[in-house]
Write a protein of this length. Sequence first.
Length: 134
Amino acid sequence: MSDRLWRAVVPPYRMLDPGLLLAETTLVDTLAELCAVLPDEKRASCLLNEALIRAGATPQLIGRDGEWRMVVAGHDPHAAAATALAVLVAAHGWRRLKRCVRCGRPFIDRTNGVSRRGCADHPSRPRGCRTAER
């Protein structure tokens, strides 16, 4: 598959969300290391590959009723988290891994416009607040 074609594919966020949430909560040290070495993508990819190997992540294709999905088997509970992170990076690059502007905690930006600036504890605008009308 050509790189250009792969970049046009939108990641299946609904499928990735459980793994990405798990990555944000259980791979905190790995995310911090990744954010620390970025924008050096080669070093970041080595770190993520090491996390995948440590977790023993093994993707498998499962079919049921004519529909296919990828599941990840591994001896470590972090396997699904590391794999979801790798799929996200493969589809959209490293720009979705960020640090919170308020506390510095690493997080994964899953917004359409890659515009999130804060972690779950520090959303850019408090929930329920509306912008001032003109």
